[in-house]
Design a protein around this ligand. Structure first.
Ligand code: NDP
Length: 332
């Protein structure tokens, strides 16, 4: 079977040469080991940071070793009492067609609760990121205006909908007219603005007659500078991601925003999802209930075929995904 290894530390946008497909043999299982067949892989923007050899909240990927991410897999054989053949599991596993894993770190997925892919998106890492970043740091109040960038992506699309559930107005920023249409007409955002248009700043201002009370920032750069100019007093800014800078060669310096924060007494706070590990169960329960009640919608962009995994990852930086970007590797 094949695995995908990182063989270079990319500068700028990664390319095919940074990834290598490596053949592996399925070994005999030792006591406690489980053989897993990959069904779906998650590709996520934060993985770009792990390709650099830099100190961060999570260790870098090692060169000439398999890349890892969220994986949904089926148990093919098990030498562990905790899992049996046919179980569907979720874990942070290698980009491989198969994995050999131990039981700890694997969670059983019940396919009767929701489609299994939701565990890699709305009921997994990205949904929880939206939930905790918005509710714990953004604290949207009824009638306030919540702006979210990267709005049609996995995290952003959930942020806007939770804002609406809390009685706030949701205004999205995204990179195509199809995405704008989706945000307004499918997800019920109050307004949405395409940041790739020359008229972006004027369009944004027109979409925000009452200013900005919460800005959930997924992208950084010029988009965020434009939002910062429209902050209301005591605005809250959960700093979730800065995808516009992930492939930047040098330091990305834009217009200074400190004065906007000073003038409005606003609060900007970075976070990583791991901060909320003790509360994941509560977050997943709320998200699951909203989903079942039809109050939360989600989209997935599913790229078919293990061999297309690197491309699916790179597509995140081109913005071809609507909602959560996944790779389908095999049927159960
Ligand atoms: P998305 O599903 O949002 O996919 C990425 C999207 O980013 C693309 O679809 C694209 O949409 C947009 N994008 C790409 N390049 C740029 C650019 N230069 N400027 C502006 N937008 C761009 O990914 P996720 O929902 O998984 O992640 C969203 C953000 O949240 C990322 O920054 C990620 O790093 C961060 N994150 C943070 C976590 C945390 O714990 N703090 C956890 C999970 C994610 P478009 O067409 O609109 O350009």
């Amino acid at each position: 079977y094949k695995e995908i290894h990182l063989v270079n530390r990319p500068e700028g946008m990664p390319s095919d040469e940074d990834f290598k497909f490596v053949e592996q043999e399925v070994p005999a299982l030792n006591d406690g080991e489980i053989l897993l067949k990959t069904l779906y892989l998650s590709v996520d923007p934060y993985m770009r940071g792990r390709m650099q050899d830099a100190k961060s909240y999570i260790a870098p990927f090692q060169l000439n070793e398999a890349i890892t991410s969220g994986v949904l897999a089926e148990v093919i054989a098990s030498e562990s009492p905790q899992f049996k053949q046919g179980d569907i599991v979720n874990g942070n596993l290698k980009w491989g067609e198969y994995n050999i894993a131990k039981a700890d770190g694997l969670q059983k997925v019940d396919p009767s609760v929701a489609p299994i892919t939701t565990r890699l998106g709305v009921l997994g890492l990205t949904g929880l990121t939206a939930y905790f970043g918005l509710l714990d740091i953004g604290k949207p109040q009824a009638g306030e205006t919540v702006v979210v960038s990267g709005a049609a992506g996995a995290v952003g699309s959930i942020v806007g909908q939770i804002a609406k559930l809390k009685g706030a107005k949701a205004v999205g920023i995204a990179g195509s007219d199809e995405k704008i249409d989706y945000l307004i007409n499918e997800l019920g955002f109050d307004a949405a603005v395409n940041y790739k248009k020359d008229s972006f700043e004027a369009d944004l201002k027109a979409a925000l007659p009452d200013g900005v009370d919460v800005y959930f920032d997924n992208v950084g750069g010029d988009v965020s500078d434009a939002v910062m100019r429209l902050l209301n007093r005591n605005a809250r800014i959960p700093l979730c991601g800065a995808i516009s800078s992930y492939n930047a060669a040098g330091k990305d310096l834009g217009p200074r925003i400190q004065t906007s924060l000073i003038k409005t007494s606003s609060m900007m706070q970075g976070f990583t999802l791991g901060n909320y590990a003790a509360e994941f169960e509560k977050g997943a329960k709320d998200l699951g209930q909203w989903l079942q009640a039809g109050q939360l919608k989600y989209e997935e962009t599913i790229v078919e075929g293990f061999e297309n995994t690197p491309q699916a990852f790179l597509d995140l930086f081109r913005g071809t995904n609507l909602g959560k970007q996944l790779v389908k590797v095999a049927d159960p």
